[in-house]
Design a protein around this ligand. Structure first.
Ligand code: GTP
Ligand code: MG
Length: 366
């Protein structure tokens, strides 16, 4: 159920920021979360921050701010509150419970929940679905038990007593534990099969090139150009969630495999990277990694840093990484010349996956 008359769920984004941080600057930096919410089909109707040396231990935002958010819920008919941070499940749970005082339909998410919701919408393969379920089970924490959660059961049971909901919670816990084990077994099996295939390819001398990078930079567009496939390309975050292999013919007549996979975003929760390791495995172990960059994006330099940090975390050998500046067709001649001066070297290439410019030269080098 949503409040909106055009069926678009209404969102508020809120973040606890350092007392020295500039309010407007922080609010302006919410652009990426806004576009994630748009991808999800929602609408951001209000944004706010709270200055605090650190988040409130129990409810993330302070109790005064909770009252302010309650007023905002009434005023703007909100459906979702997004905490623009990685927040402990218990904090989300307690804050949500407080807000139910004004509207029992209100849902509180943190950044992980937001990304998981988008993943959920786009997951096609059973592998991606399993990985999302695993990440979700780990991240929901106390919220998994919903209304019959540990907090409630303790209240009902009174001091020293066993809660009424205790038995049900135990059953739930056991069920979740079993489910986690089943998923982990299935994922381990998929990983094993992938490893075997990787080894078999390597033994046959087949080269693999992986396309990695920030989300929405044109990885799939380039993949389609190289392989003649028709995978979905969209102006949105996380269109691709699984990894997909295709064959390419290189200029020397030899063929190689190319792998397209999930994109990254800034502050990607480590738990999500962990959950998506099976999907990323093919990329990490490729012979060459093309780091695709959206050259038309004003924030491309920050995004390069984000992706490089994630690749380092994943243990990728830096020697294998080649920077590929894409969307050259959208960039002015001056900017191109300037960047060529700044970045040009053996490991930098400029291409357009839309027009094909520069792609032959790129492939000729690897
Ligand atoms: N003009 C122009 N647009 C491009 C180019 N490459 C990709 N695009 C557009 O950029 C958007 C994102 O392209 P995708 O290929 O879906 O990007 P991706 O990196 O696979 O994104 P995710 O799978 O969501 O992480 C789409 O709207 C593409 O049409 C290019 O070289 N030039
Ligand atoms: Mg894609």
């Amino acid at each position: 159920m949503t409040h909106s008359n055009n069926n678009k769920p209404r969102f508020l984004i809120i973040k606890v920021i350092n007392p020295h941080d500039h309010r407007d600057e922080q609010l302006n930096s919410f652009g990426e979360e806004e576009s994630l919410i748009k991808t999800l089909g929602g609408r951001v109707v209000f944004k706010t921050v709270q200055h605090r040396p650190k988040p409130h231990g129990a409810t993330y935002i302070g109790l005064g701010k909770v009252e302010e958010v309650k007023e905002l819920i009434k005023k703007h008919l909100l459906d979702y509150i997004v905490l623009n941070d990685i927040v402990f499940p218990g904090q989300i749970f307690r804050l949500e419970k407080l807000l139910w005082g004004v509207d029992s339909n209100i849902t509180v998410w943190d950044r992980v929940d937001l990304i998981l919701a988008i993943f959920n919408k786009h997951a096609l393969s059973s592998e991606a679905k399993l990985q999302i379920e695993l990440a979700k089970l780990h991240h929901l924490g106390p919220r998994i038990y919903g209304l019959g959660g540990t907090v409630l059961s303790r209240q009902r049971g009174g001091i020293g007593g066993r809660g009424l909901g205790e038995t049900n919670i135990e059953i739930m816990r056991r069920h979740i534990k079993n489910r986690l084990r089943t998923i982990e077994d299935k994922i381990a099996k998929i990983m094993g099969q992938k490893k075997e295939k990787l080894l078999a390819r390597r033994n046959k001398g087949v080269k693999t090139i992986a396309l990695v990078g920030y989300t929405n930079v044109g990885k799939t567009k380039l993949f389609n150009f190289l392989t003649g496939k028709d995978k979905q390309v969209a102006d949105a975050a996380f269109t691709t969630l699984d990894s997909c292999l295709g064959k390419i013919k290189q200029s020397d007549g030899q063929s190689a495999l190319v792998v397209d996979t999930i994109g990254f975003v800034k502050n990607l929760p480590p738990s999500l990277i962990e959950a998506f390791k099976p999907t990323l495995m093919e990329s990490i172990h490729s012979d060459t990694i093309f780091h695709i960059i959206d050259f038309s994006d004003p924030k491309f330099k920050e995004k390069i840093t984000t992706v490089e940090a994630i690749l380092t975390d994943l243990g990728v050998d830096r020697e294998k990484i080649v920077c590929v500046f894409n969307k050259l067709d959208l960039v002015s001649k001056e900017k191109k010349l300037e960047a060529k001066k700044e970045f040009f070297g053996n490991n930098y290439h400029f291409i357009s996956a839309a027009t094909g410019e520069g792609i032959e030269k790129l492939l000729g080098t690897y």
